[in-house]
Design a protein around this ligand. Sequence first.
Ligand SMILES: [Cu+2]
Length: 198
Amino acid sequence: MKKNVILLIALTIITFVLGGIDQVDAWGGKNIRAEAQIQGCTDQNITGKAELKERWSEEGVKLVDIHLEVNGLSDGKHAFHIHETDACQPCGEAKGHFDPGPHGFSNPDGNHPFHSGDLINIESKNGKGVMETTTSRITLSPGPLSIFDEDGSAFIIHTNMDTYCPEGIVKGCAGGSRDACGSIKMKEGKDKGSKKAY
Ligand SMILES: [Cu+2]
């Protein structure tokens, strides 16, 4: 009986210890996270932050969770994408939509919503927008889908909503002009295994 109790306690301790250890990513033993500070292109009252987390996977295709909070956007829906260059000064320098494939075509309205960097609208209410989404079209870790290619990547939030261009190439169908930009930077350091995603 006493042995059983000791065994049970030992198993409980082992379960807690293993549960607290993070799954280790194949790339450098780290959980991979990135972030972007969002700034208005011309309106300095627009500020925010995006956080990205790549979920551990043995597969080449991975899931990346994105959490975005922005203040100062006009109320309503705004297109939100990953653009192909890590440059926000001015916002046009972020260029077209991230689309690294061998047949990549970054034209915002011309190949939408087929780009790797296409995401969903953020909705702003009373000047505050919060959204979460998950994409398997990109990775943070190295590979053919990585947004950390030679010229990096940036988020763009557009003035208008993303219609996802159901009628093909229509000027402005992917959100039109640019309201805000955020250059995406890798977050270094090993995550300690917080159960909270962000
Ligand atoms: Cu865009």
